[in-house]
Write a protein that binds this ligand. Structure first.
Ligand code: SAM
Length: 283
C-alpha cells in the first residue's frame, strides 16, 4: 500500500534543491534546438496548492520556497525555476507550487516530450487533471522502475530521467541502483538525476546507496547535497541530495555558485552545510 503523498512536503528545502537542479539540467538540454525527452519515474500529482490542508499541515514550504519568495534577490541560476513558479501565481503571493512534471512542462519546448510515471491511483488522477491535456505529455499509471526500462532508449534520443522515489519502502534504495545500472546499458548517453534523502544516522541508507552507485562503471557521477541542519543521531530528514550521471558541461560551476547562497537562505540550525563532489569524473 502506498501512503506517501507529496502535497505534505511540496516546496520544502528538498524540493527546492531537486527542482533547482532539474531546471538547470533542462535548460542545458535546451542549448541545442534538437528535441529531447524528459522522463519522470515518480511523478506525483504534478502541481500543488500550498493553501491546501495537506500542505498547510506542517507548512514545510515556508522554510523552502517560502524563504526564496519572501526575500526577493537576484538568483541567476534559479531564473528558470523561479520563472515557472511566477507564472503559476499572481500578485496575491505564493500559492501554487510546480512539482517536477509541471516544472518540466513549463520549461520544455513544442518539439520536446514528457513521459511521466506514477503508481498511486489518486496521484495519477491528479496528474492527469493537471497535465493530461498537453499533447507533449504521456502519463503512465505504472511502476516507475519497471516503466523506465520499458521506455528506454527513448525517442527522441537526448534527454533527462528524474528518479524521485519516496523511499517509503527500503527496497527503493536497491531498486534505484539496479534500475540505473540496467537503464544505462539501454541508454548510456541519457542524463540521469537520482534524488535521495539525508536522514538521521540510524535511518540513513543513502550513503550506502551512493557507494554502490560509485562502484558501477558509470560515465560520470556528480553528487550535490544540501543539509539545512546537522544530521540527527536517530531519525528525521536534515537534508537531501542528487546523484547525477552524465551531468552536462558547466552544471558543476553553476551549482558551485548557487549552493553557498542557497545554503545561507535555507539554513535552519547549526551544522547546515552543502557539498558538491565528482564521485566519478567523466573523461
Ligand atoms: C517524492 S514523490 C514525487 C514528487 C515529484 N517527483 C516532484 O518532484 O514533484 C514520489 C511519488 O512516487 C509515487 N510512487 C511510489 N512508488 C512508486 C513506484 N514504484 N512507481 C511510480 N511511482 C511511485 C508516489 O505515489 C509519489 O507520488
Amino acid at each position: 500500500m502506498l501512503s506517501y503523498r507529496h502535497a505534505f512536503h511540496a516546496g520544502n528545502h528538498a524540493d527546492v534543491l531537486k527542482h533547482a537542479v532539474q531546471s538547470l539540467l533542462l535548460e542545458a538540454l535546451k542549448a541545442k534546438d534538437k528535441p529531447f525527452c524528459y522522463i519522470d519515474t515518480h511523478a506525483g500529482g504534478g502541481c500543488y496548492d500550498l493553501s491546501g490542508e495537506w500542505s498547510q499541515k506542517k507548512a514545510e514550504f515556508e522554510d523552502g520556497i517560502g524563504r526564496l519568495w519572501s526575500q526577493p534577490a537576484d538568483w541567476p541560476e534559479l531564473a528558470a525555476y523561479l520563472g515557472a513558479i511566477a507564472t503559476l501565481n499572481d500578485e496575491q503571493g505564493l500559492r501554487f507550487y510546480p512539482g517536477s512534471p509541471e516544472l518540466a512542462r513549463h520549461l520544455l519546448r513544442e518539439q520536446d516530450k514528457l513521459m511521466l510515471m506514477e503508481l498511486h491511483n489518486n496521484e495519477v488522477e491528479i496528474l492527469r487533471r493537471h497535465l493530461g491535456a498537453d499533447p507533449r505529455v504521456a502519463i503512465h499509471h505504472r511502476d516507475g522502475f519497471e516503466g523506465l526500462l520499458a521506455l528506454l532508449p527513448p525517442t527522441p534520443r537526448r534527454g533527462l530521467v528524474l528518479i524521485d522515489p519516496p523511499y517509503e519502502l527500503k527496497t527503493d534504495y536497491d531498486k534505484a541502483v539496479k534500475g540505473l545500472e540496467k537503464a544505462l546499458r539501454r541508454w548510456p548517453t541519457g542524463i540521469y538525476a537520482l534524488w535521495y534523502p539525508i536522514l538521521g544516522k540510524q535511518a540513513d541508507r543513502s550513503r550506502e546507496m551512493l557507494e554502490r552507485l560509485a562502484a558501477l562503471p558509470l560515465p560520470s557521477l556528480l553528487k550535490v547535497e544540501l543539509e539545512v541542519a546537522a544530521q540527527p543521531a536517530d531519525w528525521g530528514m536534515n537534508g537531501s541530495g542528487l546523484a547525477i550521471i552524465n551531468a552536462p558541461w558547466q552544471l558543476d560551476s553553476q551549482l558551485g555558485a548557487l549552493l553557498p547562497r542557497l545554503s545561507h537562505c535555507l539554513h535552519q540550525a547549526d551544522g547546515a552545510q552543502w557539498s558538491l563532489e565528482w564521485l566519478i569524473r567523466g573523461s
